[in-house]
Design a protein around this ligand. Sequence first.
Ligand code: PMP
Length: 422
Amino acid sequence: MKVTELSREELLALESELQAKYDAYKAKGHKLDMSRGKPSSLQLDINNEMLAMPLDSYILENGLDVRNYGGVDGTVEMRRLFSELVDIPMAQIIVGGNSSLNMMYDMMMRLFMFGTLGHKPWKDAGKIKFLCPSPGYDRHFAITQAMGVEMITIPMTPTGPDMDMIEKLVAEDETIKGMWSIPLYSNPQGIIYSDETVRRLASMKTAAPDFRIFWDNAYGVHHLFSENSIPDILKLSAEAGNPDRVLYYFSTSKITLPGGGVAMMAGGEATIAEAKKHIGIQTIGPDKVNQIRHAKYFKNAEGIRVRMKALAEQMVPKYELVLNLLESELADTGLLTWTKPEGGYFITVDTLPGCAKATVALAKEAGVVLTGAGATYPYGIDPRDTNIRLAPSYPPIDELQAAMELFCLCVKLVGVRKLLEA
Ligand code: PMP
């Protein structure tokens, strides 16, 4: 039923029907959470074997004792595992603690405090700006906002951020110092940057000589319905004469444990050498015990690929549930649009203009917590108020079903009210 084409009388009748359903749902006193992209307890439990595994030796192949200080850039064993998995030379990889976001924050702090490779520290560069492909990841935007960086929203397209707009802006404005990007299965839309997008990012002319791309490949191996890959941006940018443009991040947060995984960064050789010097002042070394636990448990990149298949087996039914419900409840209504992601952690939907905030608020009132509307845009402001990120991973499947049924109801109720206002 095309709700957007109903008469006023029909809309009023539908509104009271939906309101009755909503009231009945609310009376059940649900308490459901699909707000953040957290693994479910079942996904976490897969790691219990690794956590219980004895470490038969504490001595690394370079002679370092994992229980002691040292190894600022991580263990050789874990660097090799990441190198094989993400196809970046070991020499360009630093393995850190559990959080890649932490490594991004630290890098941003260093760029502000010290500058990089002889360029002026960003704190002394006056007002600086960052490009923020949106919808995007709220915690990226929180970092740039906390540091007083002006954020410029760049629209996303099916092949990645709007490259015409990016190329024009970075060529003209030297106060644009960098951009965020999630190139494979982007958070939240699941977009895969096209080969052309990656090539253009690697080779575009930038007015700022110290322009940096935070290349957050958080979902680089998180395939669900098909396996996809993106070109090697570190190699392409080096070939284009920009060897230090890209700051690459990855972690096992959503492979093993967000609270106890292992994170890495990679970059051009000069950038990595510089970062190691700074990190050597910050710490005497990361948690090598956890690194060696991961490296011994998985053995090689294939070990991680096998794990990703097991995780996908848990995720796919949840994605199908969400996508099937959206299809059966909302496909023909004209009230909601969405696309099916091939991997990652989220499904993104767009309501009628001006309806996202009200939909999330209505769901909350009936006990279903969703990611805040607006969170996917810089400053928390979605200019059209349409975008909502659905995170299906955390709730058990029966709770997900209940949460999604309410979500569909809220989309319809808010949509009908909006149409009645017109
Ligand atoms: N980047 C993106 C795009 C994410 O979605 C997340 C987790 N939600 C992170 C980084 C956080 O990564 P980590 O746990 O390694 O800090």
